[in-house]
Design a protein around this ligand. Structure first.
Ligand code: PLP
Length: 363
């Protein structure tokens, strides 16, 4: 039985999985129509010639650009595609004229590889204060800090890679803009998952996670008036992938983005309620955090390698989840957690199976 009343629709648009796929945060399952949009274009490339085929699809590509732009609150012309979220960030940092020894403020859920990019660019990184033990940014404290000091920019992971916490991005943008500080948002885990019209200056993300588009397509949107000229365009576009992403976005918009976000939040709640405390595994988000990314801390005394072993044993039982090690959020934690990220077609029986398996692996 599907947890959501969108489950049947989402499920029937996709091939039957041979595993319990609870890992949208790594890569979601693409619909058959998305796969067909990609493969049809690959065939056209061989029939017509790749450049002719791309021109022929110009209208569809433009429609996809408009749809994605509307989802992230930018104008279509502000959007560029690259092969991953990380290359988008790197392109931004390479072309943006930030002063020597520039500063960036981040939240405690910052993605480790992003910190590596900041280090490569020799930026001084400072962590914004948190309002609670979960690591939500304390917007009032931030507003105060900004009266005395302004970083060159604020960078926030809307949702990080090792926690389902949703950062209050619109509020952060509001106080940052009041102080004249631009905000860059990593939407790799939030696009297609939670509302992403935030007013931020630069946003970037990836097709393959909650949007269930293809691998190999990242996107970045840079607000025109703030940061130009930055050049973040990819020299060699993956046109078939962009068409796949366009199809995936159209499916979310067809259902209604708010409906998708509401149902994913409800699935997160159901998952947390079902799993918390089982075998001494502990859910790390508030039960009603509005995301479907759920993390579980292992029973006391477990080493990171024990969590990796648990993940492998779940895989052997046909349940796909991630062992999220501390490199994903080095400012927040030293422990490894299990990351459960079901999409709209999750079934109650899968959560029951996961709970039963965790019970045997806990205390
Ligand atoms: C997955 C992820 C990324 C990186 O995306 P790629 O497309 O693999 O580069 C960046 N930030 C967060 C929070 C992620 O979860």
């Amino acid at each position: 039985m599907f947890c959501s009343d969108l489950g049947e629709r989402w499920h029937s648009a996709r091939i039957e999985p041979t595993i319990g796929h609870l890992d949208a945060a790594s890569a979601g399952r693409s619909s058959m129509a998305t796969i067909k949009a990609i493969s049809d274009h690959l065939l056209r490339e061989a029939q017509l010639g790749s450049y002719v085929a791309a021109t022929e699809q110009g209208g569809v590509l433009a429609g996809g650009r408009r749809a994605l732009a509307s989802l992230i609150g930018h104008r279509p012309e502000e959007l560029s595609y690259r092969d991953s979220a990380r290359t988008c960030l790197r392109a931004l940092l390479n072309s943006w004229k930030i002063p020597v020894a520039g500063t960036v403020w981040v939240a405690s859920n910052e993605f480790g590889p992003n910190l590596d990019e900041f280090e490569r660019r020799e930026l001084v990184v400072r962590t914004m204060p948190a309002a609670d033990v979960y690591g939500h940014v304390d917007v009032d404290a931030l507003e105060n800090m900004l009266q005395f000091e302004q970083p060159d920019f604020i960078h926030v992971c809307h949702i990080g890679s090792a926690s389902g916490i949703v950062q209050p991005v619109p509020q952060i943008v509001e106080v940052a803009h009041y102080a004249g500080v631009p905000v860059v948002v990593d939407m790799a885990q939030s696009v297609g998952h939670v509302p992403t019209v935030t007013g931020a200056d630069v946003v970037y993300g990836t097709a393959r996670k909650w949007l269930t588009g293809p691998r190999g397509v990242g996107f970045i949107a840079v607000r025109d008036d703030v940061l130009r000229p930055v050049s973040v365009d990819s020299s060699e576009p993956y046109v078939a992938g962009q068409l796949g992403l366009a199809q995936a976005v159209s499916e979310v918009l067809e259902i209604g983005q708010q409906k998708v976000f509401r149902e994913l939040a409800a699935i997160g709640r159901t998952t947390r309620e079902r799993l918390d405390g089982i075998g001494s595994w502990e859910v790390l988000e508030p039960v009603d955090e509005p995301s479907a990314l759920v993390t579980l801390a292992p029973p006391p005394g477990w080493e990171p390698s024990d969590v990796a072993t648990a993940q492998r044993r779940l895989a052997e039982q046909g349940l796909l989840v991630t062992c999220a090690d501390s490199w994903r959020a080095p400012l927040a934690t030293e422990q490894s957690v299990l990351r459960i990220s079901p999409h709209l077609d999750v079934e109650r029986e899968q959560l029951d199976q996961l709970a039963a398996a965790l019970r045997t692996m806990g205390y």
